[in-house]
Every structure is written in C-alpha cells, then in structure tokens.
Design a protein around this ligand. Structure first.
Ligand SMILES: *Cc1c(COP(=O)(O)O)cnc(C)c1O
Length: 381
C-alpha cells in the first residue's frame, strides 16, 4: 500500500450520498438501486454500500456472486441483487443469503430452483430478457418458455421482476432505445400472461437521468452516484449537477531542472523542447494511470494544468512543470477530481471513459475517506 501522504484516492462520501439523493428525487416515483459492483466503481464497495443505505437507498446491485456475499458478510441485510454467474456457480449460498438473482436462461432457473429446494426456501429471481444488447439475457425466442418454467415453479422461485439493459442510453436519439423498450414491453406483457406480476427495471444511470420512459418501477444507478457523467452532456440535459466523489491525488516526489534536448522516461518519447522543470508523480499504470495517458493527458499541480510527458511507467509518471516552475517536492498533484479536472476529461485524453479510469485504480492506492475537510484512511476492507 502506498503511504496515503504520498498518493491516495480521496473519497468524498457526502458527495456520494448527495448524488444518490438527487438522483432518487429525479427518478421518483421509481425507486433507485445503487450499483456498487467492481469495488464500488473503485471507490470501495463495502463503504459505498453502507453510505448508500445511510442515504436511504433500499436496493443495492452487484455483478458477481462474491460481491453479494461480501456485502452480506459485512452485515448488509437490505435488498441486494446480482446478475452474473459462472457455469459452476453455487447458488445455495446466494439463495441462503437472500440475494435477489437474475435469471437469463432455463439452465440458470433450474440451478437456482434446485438450490432453493435444497434449502427449503424460495429464491427471489429477476427474469432478464435480451431486448437487443446481445450480451446477457434470455433471447426473445426463448422468453415464453422461460416465463412458463418460472411460473410453474412457484414453490421454488418468486419472480420479483423482469428486466433488461440498454445499449445506448446515453444517446437518447439512438434507434436502439425505442426498439429495446418495445421488445421489453412485449416481454413484460408475456410474463403477465403467464400469471406473473413482476416489477420492471431497465435504466442505468444515463437512462435514469434522461429517458423517463425507461424508468419503470426501479432504476439501476452506478456511475452517476459516483459523480461521473455517464455520457457527454447527459447530466446537463437532465439538469443535474453531480458532485465528484473520487479525487486521485499525489505529492510530487522529485522536482528537477532538465536542459533542452533531455529525453524523459522509457524510450525518450518526449524530449524537452526547452530548458524546463519536471516533476515526478508516484503513480503509474499499476495504480490505474493508464499507459495511454503518456504525452496526452494533463493533471493539476498547484492549481495549474500541466502535461504528463513521456511514457507512464508501472509506478510513476512525469509532468512538465515548465521553465518558470517554483513547485517543490511535496506539492500537491490532482490527477482528477475535486480541485482538479473531471475524470471524464482525463479519460478522454486517454481515449477511454471515466468508468474505466476509476475502476482501475490499483489496490495499493489507499482509499481515504474525506470527512468534512479532513481525511481519514479507510480501514474496513
Ligand atoms: C453496471 C450496470 C449498471 C449500472 O450502470 P451505470 O451506467 O454505471 O449506471 C446497471 N445495470 C447493469 C446490468 C450493469 O451491469
């Protein structure tokens, strides 16, 4: 673990709670599920879950079984859903822990029903239809059969919801949006015809924010809770101001003058065009500063934007502080976040999206909770 004074991801949980509250108001009367998969999008899953509950969130969502079981082991007792399994997944632990389970196929339904039977209890399931993403979910041709099978197993499964996921929610005019909603509505009608009375959920952050017709009874909000716009202009269009939750910061650990013509970092892909001052940042690609950031991204040092020059290394990278630099060892670097650039801007420099940047912050970067101006190292994980 890096010393938090050297580099850390500072997490403003009050901003997270604020974003969730604003988003919950925005989608009402639909209910908000806070998605905390992938270690709470890199912010810390267990603490994200706790904070979401403290903000009044009734549903949590995760991708994989291990995430759901970790939350249960840490004491979370609220509604919790997971949706991605391996071919060998053991469902008894999940059913026993009262985790709501997505079902994308008859095979999954059978295995979940068998687990429920072995425990002598009912599993709560959410039938997922593939309405056009072609990722997970039951193909529409097999949907009637899945509904029939689920309806025939009322002793073992309770069908809580039908659901799907959109391909292009952040582009509200994309033709896939109405096409997927139409397919979904038909799938829901079919479930009703089989005697099921599920709720519906479709929307991710972008849809929850800008597609009211996709909100139904429940929305699954991940990225926006963390204060990151799910797409260019989505938050503006929704009239929502999201507060950044993660700030990736570091201290300069070396500052030196180099002459014009000096090469910087591996391969000398950057040659100082003039005498200048470079600063060493103790974060590299092992910490989530993607290699593509080299010679493309900029960060903030002492309140001014400076470029990352040369290749990003595993543990460190270099900034050009300019010939007039008066920066010193120990001065603050904000890679992105509060008092820095938006993570989406940093991500765009690197040809990626904010989602990928925050979820790839490495495990040796301490997550430090920001508490009303001061900071506190997180101890719970
Ligand atoms: C990750 C995920 C979400 C959350 O998406 P955001 O864009 O982060 O809001 C919702 N639903 C499913 C199925 C997901 O995998």
């Amino acid at each position: 673990m890096i010393d938090p004074a050297t580099a850390s991801a500072v997490i403003d949980w009050s901003a997270y709670r604020h974003n969730l509250t604003v988003l919950a108001d925005h989608v009402a009367p639909a209910t908000l599920m806070a998605v905390v998969k992938a270690d709470g999008y890199g912010h810390g899953m267990v603490e994200a879950a706790r904070q979401a509950r403290a903000a009044g969130v009734t549903w949590l969502g995760v991708a994989v079984a291990g995430e759901a079981l970790t939350l249960r082991a840490q004491g979370d007792r609220g509604r919790l859903m997971c949706w991605l399994y391996g071919p060998q997944e053991d469902f008894t632990g999940l059913v026993g822990a009262e985790v709501d389970l997505s079902v994308s196929s008859l095979a999954e339904l059978d295995r979940i029903a068998a687990a429920a039977r072995s425990l002598g209890r009912k599993a709560r399931v959410h039938l997922k239809v593939d309405s056009g993403l072609s990722r997970n979910g039951c193909p529409v041709e097999q949907w009637p059969e899945l509904c029939r099978a689920a309806a025939a197993r009322t002793g073992e499964v309770e069908v809580v919801a039908v659901w799907t996921h959109l391909a292009a929610a952040e582009e509200p005019d994309h033709p896939s949006v109405p096409a997927q909603l139409t397919t979904f509505d038909q799938a829901f009608a079919l479930a009703r015809e089989h005697g099921l009375s599920p709720i519906r959920h479709v929307a991710n952050s972008a849809a929850a924010m800008i597609l009211p017709q996709a909100r139904y009874e429940l929305v699954r909000v991940g990225i926006a809770g963390y204060g990151i716009d799910p797409g260019v202009g989505v938050a503006d269009r929704a009239g929502i101001a999201l507060a950044p939750v993660m700030t990736l910061r570091a201290a300069l650990v070396n500052v030196k003058r180099i002459p014009a013509g000096a090469g910087v970092s591996y391969g000398h892909t950057w040659i100082a065009p003039r005498d200048t001052v470079v600063g060493l940042v103790p974060l590299g690609y092992a910490d989530g500063i993607v290699r593509a950031a080299g010679n493309r991204a900029s960060v903030v040092v002492n309140d001014r934007e400076v470029p990352l020059v040369g290749r990003v290394c595993m543990d460190q990278c270099v900034v050009d502080l300019g010939p007039d630099s008066r920066d010193r060892v120990g001065d603050p670097v904000v890679m992105f976040g509060q008092q820095g650039r938006a993570v989406n801007d940093f991500a765009a420099d690197c040809d990626t999206i904010g989602y990928e940047i925050v979820t790839r912050i490495g495990s040796r970067v301490p997550r430090v909770a920001q508490v009303a101006g001061s900071v506190e190292v997180s101890r719970d994980e």
